[in-house]
Design a protein around this ligand. Structure first.
Ligand code: BGC
Length: 255
């Protein structure tokens, strides 16, 4: 078990990729704080999976678009488990719209959850690690769209591009503290964020044809590398993005 005695916070742990990450970290022996905003029953299911995997779980509700709720999430986690070692900034959302129709409310929501929350959750965890003089791990669940354009999702791309630069900047700034930070960048994964796509066979076929490995990913395709990056084996890895996309990002063909 790679993560025995470690405490991890996973934001957005009630479903999709976050749920799989909670379970995977628990399999490695971690104590896992499952954060959710609006799906309490699903958060409970994740906690049960964590416990079944042999770990300890704890649920904290927090709306990550609010910095005081982020601070409370970290404080409650420390109260429960005594410390935090690993932060997985997983929570994220997207809003589809033509550029000229994007509303300020939708822009704010996407940027607040996907970018501002990564910034401030990382900040409060880093303060805790500094105060307790310990090293730690920050892992951001980014997207292929930290690099690749995604027409009609400009706010989402802006947020993920921002997460890329937060990660690179902090790799430099936090390195001397022994804190590593990396991005895991999924492509098209079969999760609720892609429900519209999953419900549209024609569109799904088009997307799948564009993926060299010929299928959408599963949450479990993403969670393994998160457990690795959180472990001691990854102690010399910081400042990198790891794509988990079936080859989607670099796919180009003229046939
Ligand atoms: C988005 C999905 C999209 C995938 C591949 C993800 O970041 O959330 O909606 O299908 O990237 O384009």
């Amino acid at each position: 078990m790679k993560l025995k005695e470690k405490v991890a916070i996973v934001t957005g742990g009630s479903g999709g990729i976050g749920e799989a990450i909670c379970e995977r970290l628990a399999q490695e022996g971690a104590k896992v704080v499952v954060n959710y905003r609006s799906h309490p029953d699903e958060a409970k299911e994740t906690k049960e999976k964590v416990e079944k995997a042999g770990g300890e779980g704890y649920i904290v509700k927090a709306d990550l678009s609010k910095v005081d709720e982020i601070n409370n999430l970290v404080e409650e986690s420390i109260n429960q488990f005594g410390k935090v070692d690993i932060l997985v900034n997983n929570a994220g959302l997207e809003k589809r719209a033509d550029f000229w129709d994007i509303t300020e409310d939708d822009y704010d929501l996407v940027l607040n959850v996907n970018l501002k929350a990564v910034f401030f959750a990382t900040q409060v965890v880093v303060k805790h690690l500094k105060q307790t003089n310990r090293q730690g791990r920050i892992i951001n669940i980014s997207s292929v769209h930290e690099e690749l354009p995604f027409p009609h999702f400009t706010s989402y791309c802006a947020s993920k591009g921002g997460v890329k630069m937060i990660m690179r900047n902090l790799a430099v700034e936090l390195g001397p503290l022994g804190i590593t930070i990396n991005n895991v960048a999924p492509g098209a994964i079969a999760t609720p964020i892609n429900q519209d796509l999953l419900d549209n066979p024609e569109q799904l076929k088009k997307v799948t044809q564009n993926i060299p490995l010929g299928r959408l990913g599963e949450p479990e395709d993403v969670s393994g590398i998160v457990a690795f990056l959180a472990s001691d084996e990854a102690k010399y890895i910081t400042g990198s993005t790891f794509y988990v996309d079936g080859g989607l990002l670099w796919n180009y063909s003229e046939q």
